[in-house]
Design a protein around this ligand. Structure first.
Ligand SMILES: [Zn+2]
Ligand SMILES: [Zn+2]
Length: 359
């Protein structure tokens, strides 16, 4: 089969590799129908995640069809349509029992990181019963791909950790796919004002169409002054950090109001200054959170019920074997106006009928 293989910083190739096989009877092999590229994959390509080694197949999002299920897999059989969670979870360890799948003792975020991932024609999913979710055959597959990572991450780590509630004024710093997912899912709770801050005018314009009430381009406006002006100097109830750099986290510290919440989503590579000299008396919480994906079933219902349309996040579509081009478009997001890209295994579509009748 073909897969996107990481060969060290700056090096990747779409190349022939062995098809994965069942290693444990709790595994399933999934034929990928659609997948995507995550900002985290770009970090991997730069060499920011040294745990990812030469030869690793990248990718942790996607939907597909069960090609083979181990004998201990109870919930899935060949031909079933499934959504792949970016988080692998055994469902049995102490952390899984607390629904903290991100810290599963045998799993967590391993796909496309410590084990081979989804930017491939086939992928091996450990603990398939707990790490996959069933989807109907007629589900909107592109929308479903947004449920692997983007939507639950924005929702769990931003909106739920930030305790967004009706009437709140919230600020989302970073209008990439994750910030946009927080923007879409925060509206379940009817915040009164949603301020989106970014340095890309195109993304800010898109954020307006997704429900932002105010946008601030922090490259040519003073974001702190603007937020204070918009909130009568009170600051926001919830500041959601969706970038992962020092200035954006420190901006959250300066714009959060008394009793507020800072919900960090960004992946940080450097330490930040915690301004306790101003924050100590503010009755606020700061949360960090790696997505558990426990909200996938709930988010799935909101998508099926048309309460939310995550397809809005998709700007570019490619065939799976055009993945090198897709990386170009995703890596040059400002120029190409990219949010999420969708990669489709074309062969799967033409063969689907025969594939199913062969079972
Ligand atoms: Zn991701
Ligand atoms: Zn576990």
């Amino acid at each position: 089969m073909k897969a996107l293989v990481y060969h060290g910083p700056g090096k990747k190739a779409w190349e022939e590799v062995p098809k994965p096989i069942i290693k444990e009877q709790t595994d399933a092999i999934v034929k990928i129908v659609k997948t995507t590229i995550c900002g985290t994959d770009l970090h991997i390509m730069k060499g920011d995640l040294p745990a990812v080694t030469d030869g690793r197949i990248i990718g942790h999002e996607g939907i597909g069809i069960i090609d083979e299920a181990g004998s201990a897999v109870a919930n899935y059989k060949k031909g079933d349509h499934v959504l792949i969670s970016c988080i692998t979870s055994c469902g049995k360890c102490e952390n899984c029992k607390k629904a903290m799948y991100s810290h599963c003792e045998k799993g967590g975020w391993i796909l496309g990181n410590l084990i081979d991932g989804t930017q491939a024609e086939y992928v091996r999913i450990p603990y398939a019963d707990n790490s996959l979710y069933p989807i109907p055959e007629d589900a909107d597959e592109e929308a479903m791909v947004m449920l692997s990572d983007v939507l639950p991450t924005g929702f769990e780590c931003g909106v739920l950790s930030g305790k967004v509630k009706p009437g709140d004024t919230i600020a989302i710093i970073g209008a990439g796919p994750i910030g946009m997912a927080a923007l879409l899912t925060s509206q379940f709770y009817s915040p009164a004002e949603i301020i989106v801050i970014d340095m890309d005018d195109n993304r800010l314009a898109v954020a307006k169409t997704f429900g932002a009430t105010h946008t601030i381009n922090s490259s040519n406006e003073n974001a702190l002054d603007r937020v204070m002006g918009l909130t009568n100097d009170k600051g926001v109830d919830v500041a959601i950090e969706a970038v992962g750099i020092v200035p954006t986290f420190e901006l959250c510290e300066s714009i959060v109001g008394a009793g507020g919440h800072i919900a960090n989503i960004g992946v940080h590579g450097k330490s930040v200054t915690l301004h306790l000299e101003t924050l100590w008396s503010k009755n606020l919480t700061i949360t960090t959170h790696l997505v558990d994906t426990v909200t996938i079933p709930m988010l799935f219902k909101t998508v099926q019920g048309k309460k939310i349309d995550p397809k809005k996040l998709i700007t570019h579509r490619f065939k799976l074997d055009q993945i090198m081009e897709a990386y170009e478009a995703f890596g040059n997001a400002a120029k190409e106006k990219t949010l999420k890209v969708i990669l489709t295994n074309k062969e799967e579509f033409t063969n689907r009928k025969s594939y199913q009748s062969n079972n």
